[in-house]
Design a protein around this ligand. Structure first.
Ligand SMILES: [Zn+2]
Length: 293
């Protein structure tokens, strides 16, 4: 059995996380509007191929293709009602690529609904939602769990509670500050750290977001406040632009790696990329962080 996430963090080395799932699948032919989870059954070889490309690039951990695999989000796909199947299979495919070379992190994204009274979601329903997904990811054999791209505190806290109800795996909690240095619901990095600090999670972080300049500010603020709690930074590859009929991210591998290196230098413990980050980006991040010695 290889070292756990906690053991690897304790070794002191900066861990490298993988890059994007969705934008890479789209490059590989996933039609817009199709849930990435559908590829777990319809194109498993593509799922394994991307995971393997990230592991070959040097990622220490890869995220499962389960960002939208909560019961609430699967409802809107052809996989409705198959939470257990989807999440177990996603971990199996990630493990096939990772073997002993990388950890498998079970990805869990937001429900896509706002809490009452702004939306239809109740706290109890939200807790159940994440308890179900976390149970399936744990059953599949995930090494850690990651709540990522969250933007609302009520949903994030309920997701932590639900996850904890069915698993004691290390839990990373990552918000998306995609309005610049605030989340869609107006949260600052300080708001997030303050809320999660007493909860015994394994790491707090930021993923996706807006520009890399914004990510620099967000990561610095997280690091300032997190104390001994490890910080996770997985920014998107800069701002996306429409060029012809393609979406192009402004940051190439070298630019993303320069920012990731700075985060590592400042004390971030896990760095990687989000939307627009390819295996080449991850390879550049690996090299840049290794040069820190
Ligand atoms: Zn993203």
């Amino acid at each position: 059995m290889s070292a756990s996430f906690q053991e690897r963090l304790a070794e002191g080395r900066v861990l490298i996380a993988d890059g994007a799932t969705g934008t890479n699948y789209q490059e590989m032919g996933l039609p817009i509007g199709t849930a990435p989870e559908e590829w777990l059954f319809e194109a498993p070889e593509q799922v394994v191929e991307l995971h393997r490309a990230f592991v070959d690039a040097g990622a220490d951990l890869i995220l499962t293709d389960t960002f939208g695999a909560t019961p609430l989000r699967l409802q809107h796909t052809s996989l409705a009602g198959r939470v257990r199947d989807v999440n177990v299979r996603a971990v199996e495919l990630a493990r096939e690529a990772a073997g002993d070379r990388a950890l498998v992190a079970g990805s869990m994204g937001p429900t896509g609904h706002l809490f009452e009274p702004l939306g239809p979601l109740t706290r109890a329903e939200c807790i159940d939602n994440y308890a179900d997904q976390a149970a399936a990811l744990a059953e599949g054999g995930a090494d850690l769990l990651v709540l990522e791209t969250f933007f609302a505190l009520d949903e994030g806290l309920a997701a932590i509670e639900g996850t904890r109800r069915s698993s004691d795996l290390p839990l990373v909690v990552s918000f998306s500050f995609d309005q610049g240095t605030r989340t869609m619901m107006g949260l600052s990095p300080a708001n997030v750290v303050e809320a999660v600090l007493p909860l015994g999670i394994a790491a707090v972080g930021a993923n996706c977001g807006k520009s890399l300049e914004n990510a620099d500010i967000v990561v610095a603020e997280l690091l300032d406040l997190a104390g001994d709690l490890p910080v996770w930074a997985k920014p998107n590859a800069g701002v996306p632009k429409i060029v012809g009929d393609a979406v192009v991210y402004e940051a190439g591998p070298t630019m993303l790696a320069a920012h990731a290196r700075r985060y590592a230098e400042l004390g971030a413990r896990v760095v990687g990329g989000c939307c627009g980050s390819t295996p080449e980006h991850v390879a550049a991040v690996v090299q840049a962080v290794a040069s820190l010695g």
